[in-house]
Each structure stands twice: as structure tokens, then as C-alpha cells.
Design a protein. Structure first.
Length: 157
């Protein structure tokens, strides 16, 4: 994993960062990396510790989710199919970060390339905008639903 400390926009540098800005960028990248790792490892207590109470999740084609509890519930539903998240790159600019990773499932689909644009507020994740390779998502979602149903049926016995 690498972090780009001095972002570029259309070939122009934003200029030198102060020591305070560099520390903030490092802290932001750590929050984002820990959040993505914790999701992949099913450590939802750690995920919760990084979420702002009013977090908002959005992704093209998916319903917007508002609030930490609702977002955590959605992430927990994915735990039946996720193996891990493989982080490739993190870009940070102030209180915003972009993380490129593979959402690795244990389904026949395998890895789904993903990018999250994350905004932080007071060191907590305030918004998540997910862009991912959605072509295979219906097969992954169907398998997650099948496994969740099987687990519910098994616990009723």
C-alpha cells in the first residue's frame, strides 16, 4: 500500500505541506486503511470506532444509507461472502481520501476492484462514495443472500 502525500490535479502540484498538514494526512490515511482492513476482517467493533454517527454511504445503483448503525448493518450482511480487502493505494488531501482496493469474496467471482472516496470529520468517516466493478455484483449478492438464508434456517433448528 502506498500513500500519495502531495496530490496532483491536472499536472499541477498543490505545493508544499506544513508539518501539521502532513500529520493530518498520515492520520487520515491510517483511519481509512484501518476501516477497510476491519471491514475485510469482519471486525465491526473497529469499523464502528472509525464511523461518524451521521455517516452517509452512497454508490451508483445502490440505495443511500444514512447513519452509523444502518451502515454497519449493511456491512455485516456482506460478512458471509468477504474474505478480505486488498489495499493497493491511498490518496489523501486534507480531510478527504481515496482508497483503491480489491473487495475479495470467497464466491466464484473472486475479487471486485473497488474505489472509495471518503470524507472525514473530526477524525471519523463522515461519507463514503463507493465505485466498484458492478458487472459481477448480482452473482455476489445472490450468494450472500443464499448464505444468509441458510444460516438463518440452520439457527432455527
Amino acid at each position: 500500500m502506498s500513500v500519495l502525500a502531495k496530490p496532483y490535479l491536472h499536472g499541477q502540484s498543490y505545493g508544499e505541506r506544513s508539518a501539521t498538514e502532513e500529520i493530518q494526512m498520515s492520520a487520515s490515511s491510517e483511519v481509512v486503511a484501518e476501516y477497510i482492513r476491519a471491514v475485510g476482517e469482519g471486525r465491526f467493533d473497529r469499523v464502528a470506532s472509525h464511523l461518524h454517527p451521521d455517516v452517509e454511504f452512497s454508490s451508483p445503483g445502490l440505495a443511500t444509507i444514512s447513519g452509523a448503525e444502518s451502515y454497519l448493518a449493511a456491512l455485516k450482511r456482506l460478512s458471509v461472502i468477504i474474505s478480505r480487502n486488498d489495499i493497493h493505494r491511498i490518496f489523501v488531501d486534507g480531510d478527504e481520501a481515496c482508497i483503491i482496493y480489491d473487495f475479495v469474496t470467497d464466491t466464484p467471482v473472486g475479487a471486485l476492484p473497488s474505489v472509495e472516496w471518503i470524507a472525514l470529520k473530526d477524525g471519523k468517516i463522515k461519507s463514503v462514495r463507493l465505485i466498484f466493478h458492478s458487472l459481477e455484483w448480482p452473482a455476489v449478492r445472490e450468494e450472500a443472500l443464499r448464505r444468509a438464508k441458510a444460516a438463518t434456517a440452520g439457527s432455527a433448528l
